[in-house]
Unconditional design. Structure first.
Length: 303
């Protein structure tokens, strides 16, 4: 079912004759809310013991993730799922690997209240913010009802909305600059389509727009159950939201469980598990070169 869905979806995201869309040069967002959200994103005040901020897991200068297999929350607690990049998250049709959150604001709420991550009751966070002179003034200026849980997560979500990375070499290629990527990367893109990678990784975020089972042809041996954790339906076991491939060269390790350390290893795993086919090293190397062209520009608001 999921593979059929991905095949049909592919044709609804065509840019000319291509199944991938370039990221827009800019995105509309509320600058006041976003700047408040940026302050909160970088502030440990939103964790229970004032030790963890959003940047602990999402380092904006390093690809929007943290480069480790599993992240650590308050009291040194280790999670059991790889932190995805926060860049271009607005274009994902669902947030988180199992899709439990529909938008960026609800995802922020979930992290704040997760006992392994920020470990808090959001009402306690609200009480801390209300005692802070800066936050009290800013919230009252931007929101009619001041500091509330909804306004807290709305501002963080607005900041994350602004975190798009335009002008990747491949985006320039799609817009007509045929010299923006190398011949090897062009071959890699053709292989990416020919071998079937494009069936799940397409659209504006080159992924992030559907669910698929991890381990179609080979048992994935995953310790996480994916969508099943949300729906409790047997058919959703080991089904995850397909990740975006944008900025993929900066976001190792890969997969929901961080099992792949390199892009080459990730392509090998996907070829075996998802496509059920063997790829020559030369083909994999070309696909990796294509993937490296997906690194975009860090937006000014993230700096």
């Amino acid at each position: 079912m999921y593979r059929v869905l991905s095949f049909l979806t592919m044709f609804s995201f065509a840019f000319g004759n291509e199944p991938i869309l370039p990221i827009p040069q800019s995105i509309d967002y509320n600058i006041d809310k976003a700047l408040l959200g940026k302050k909160l994103f970088n502030d440990t005040i939103i964790s229970k013991d004032n030790t963890i901020s959003c940047t602990t897991c999402h380092i904006l200068s390093e690809g929007g993730d943290n480069g480790i297999k599993f992240s650590f929350g308050i009291k040194g607690q280790q999670g059991d799922i790889n932190a995805p990049t926060v860049y271009n998250g607005f274009y994902n049709f669902r947030q988180t690997w199992n899709g439990r959150n529909r938008d960026l604001a609800s995802q922020a709420f979930g992290v704040i209240e997760n006992p392994v991550e920020m470990g808090d009751d959001i009402n306690f966070i609200i009480s801390k913010l209300k005692k802070n002179r800066y936050y009290k003034k800013r919230f009252n200026t931007i929101y009619k009802n001041g500091i509330t849980a909804e306004n807290l997560t709305d501002s963080i979500g607005e900041f994350e909305k602004a975190l798009i990375t335009p002008n990747a070499p491949f985006d320039k290629f799609l817009r007509g600059d045929k010299n923006a990527i190398s011949l090897k990367a062009k071959k890699g893109y053709e292989l990416f389509k020919l071998k079937g990678c494009i069936l799940c990784h397409h659209g504006i975020n080159i992924g992030g727009n559907l669910y698929n089972k991890f381990g179609i042809y080979t048992d994935s041996n995953s310790s996480r159950l994916g969508r099943y954790e949300v729906t409790k339906k047997d058919e959703d076991k080991f089904v995850f939201r397909v990740p975006s491939l944008r900025n993929i060269a900066l976001t190792s390790p890969y997969m929901h469980d961080g099992r792949a350390k390199t892009l080459k290893e990730a392509v090998e795993i996907m070829s075996e598990y998802q496509l059920g086919r063997y790829m020559e090293d030369g083909d994999i190397d070309n696909i990796v070169e294509f993937l490296k062209t997906l690194t975009g520009e860090i937006p000014e608001i993230a700096k």
